[in-house]
Design a protein around this ligand. Structure first.
Ligand code: FAD
Ligand code: NDP
Length: 427
């Protein structure tokens, strides 16, 4: 079987949903665009999976969080795609690609050809086996990347209420899933190799606040070590986690969040790869002019960082790179370079933080760390390059984004420390 489309989006996640909306706004004809996804549902806002989806009361469920509600836009239900003549080819994995011939081949042997391809294959969760630890396929050991994983996690949590969980990894998944487990009345021990949680973004001082908050909810931290094996019962259900120093942690369930890898494998020998992703220019175009890459899989030049290539695994970047690629495809002459300010955020319990920019240079903390209203600026060569804020109001978050975009000059670190959020509000 063979089918041909003008535009093909490979991958049906966040970036695909935002790209589809942009295509429809710019005007495409029925039958010109298809989205191929191995998932069984239309594109949805993935961040919901570690937040609202895991709530014990009134959890978020589809169709509620289909894209593009996360950015306050239309909800693109399966009916929307039908009405707009966009074909959703679901539960279909693309097994090979040939960018010279402009074709993709699915697991069923179907060939799908395109004039322009957008690669939006995202990333996959790293498995413990990739670090030489066996047994993470045991029952009640959970990863979290897609809806199926989230459904499984919900079922496992339901069966462990009042029991214990070990969370492996102190990054985004570790922190957000721990909060969800606690809310589901499960006692959590977090294990990770770093000196503190969120080690790639948080300073020790920022991390101490969140760790203290989690400890107040009964969470235990075991830092600076890794898991080496699991113990299972006769039915293959996990019963304990063994650490490098031999410590045995009896448990009813495990959640693993040890990072991710971009899904580049179909294109590694055909397109330029950099920083673990598919390298694109500032129009999101790859080394083949008919192929664009967006979202987690794309390594793109960040103008704000003097064109330094970055691969960002965050939803705002997926949304904006997807829209930018479509703008470039539909109107290349009218599309200026992407001018993106990297933006990361998280919400756990009643806490919420946002970060903009880059976490390099000297750090200036400010605010009240005891009351949960604090922030930090990263200052490099006398200018603000990154800003973090916990517990901010809308205009305060907008202000820290602005101060980073402007690369505001810092006269003295003590001045900024004294002014705190006012420094950003006045900039
Ligand atoms: P994805 O949304 O991962 O979509 C990729 C799609 O491609 C998937 O549908 C996949 O099945 C499909 N695919 C891959 N390979 C193939 C193939 N060969 N054939 C067919 N289909 C294929 N970011 C934030 O900024 N804030 C958050 O709060 C936040 N929370 C998150 C919570 C969770 C649980 C996870 C996993 C991520 C979270 N992120 C968050 C990150 C954010 O969701 C990602 O950056 C975003 O989803 C990237 O969008 P994408 O379209 O590039 O990839
Ligand atoms: P992260 O990279 O955020 O964190 C990985 C964590 O695992 C780190 O604490 C890391 O420690 C630790 N780790 C690495 N190797 C091992 C190992 N062998 N054993 C134990 N721990 C290990 O990845 P996540 O898995 O948390 O998140 C996956 C993806 O989901 C990311 O793309 C993330 O951006 C996205 N996501 C984003 C959210 C958000 O933006 N709010 C929410 C949820 C997911 P160390 O750093 O010390 O090496």
């Amino acid at each position: 079987m063979a089918r041909a489309f003008v535009y093909v989006i490979l991958g049906g996640g966040v970036a695909a949903g935002y790209a589809a909306l942009e295509f429809s706004r710019r005007g495409i004809s029925h039958g010109e665009l298809c989205i191929i996804s191995e998932e069984s549902v239309a594109p949805y806002e993935r961040p919901a999976l570690s937040k609202g989806y895991l709530l014990p009361e009134a959890p978020a469920r589809l169709p509620y969080f289909h894209t593009c509600v996360g950015a306050g836009e239309q909800r693109l239900t399966p009916e929307w795609y039908k009405e707009h003549g966009i074909e959703l080819i679901l539960e279909t994995t693309v097994k090979s690609a040939n960018v010279k011939q402009k074709t993709l081949t699915t697991e069923n042997g179907e060939t799908i050809s395109y004039r322009t391809l957008i690669i939006a294959t995202g990333a996959r969760a790293l498995k413990l086996e990739e670090f030489g630890v066996r047994g993470s396929n045991a029952e009640k050991v959970c990863y979290l990347r897609n809806l199926n994983d989230a459904d499984r996690l919900v079922d496992v949590m339901k069966s462990c209420v009042g029991g214990n969980a070990v969370v492996i990894g102190g990054g985004y998944i570790g922190m957000e899933c721990t909060a969800a487990l606690v809310t589901n009345r499960i006692k959590v021990t977090m294990v990770f190799p770093g000196a503190h949680c969120m080690v790639r973004l948080f300073t020790q001082k920022i991390a101490s606040f969140y760790e203290g908050y989690y400890e107040s909810k009964g969470v235990k931290f075991i830092k600076g070590t890794v898991v080496t094996s699991f113990e299972n019962d006769s039915e293959g259900k996990v019963t304990a986690v063994i650490l490098k120093d031999g410590t045995r942690l009896p448990t009813d369930m495990v959640v693993v969040g040890i990072g991710s890898r971009a899904n580049t494998s179909l294109f590694e020998d055909q397109l330029t790869i950099e920083k673990g992703g598919i390298k694109v220019n500032n129009l999101m175009q790859t080394s083949n002019s008919s192929v664009y890459a967006v979202g987690d899989v794309a390594a793109f030049p960040v103008k704000l960082f003097n064109g330094d290539t970055r691969r960002l695994e965050h939803v705002d970047s997926a949304r904006k790179t997807a829209r930018h690629a479509v703008a470039a495809i539909m109107g290349p002459r009218n599309t200026s370079d992407l001018d993106y300010v990297p933006f990361f955020y998280s919400r756990v319990f009643t806490l919420a933080w946002q970060f903009y920019g880059d976490n390099i240079g000297d750090v200036v903390h400010y605010g009240d760390f005891t009351k949960g209203k604090f922030g930090a600026y990263w200052v490099n060569k006398g200018r603000v390059v990154g800003a973090f804020l916990e517990g901010g109001a809308k205009e305060e978050y907008e202000a820290i984004a602005r101060v980073v975009k402007l690369k505001a000059t810092v006269k003295g670190k003590d001045v900024v420390e004294g002014q705190g959020i006012d420094f950003a509000l006045r900039a």
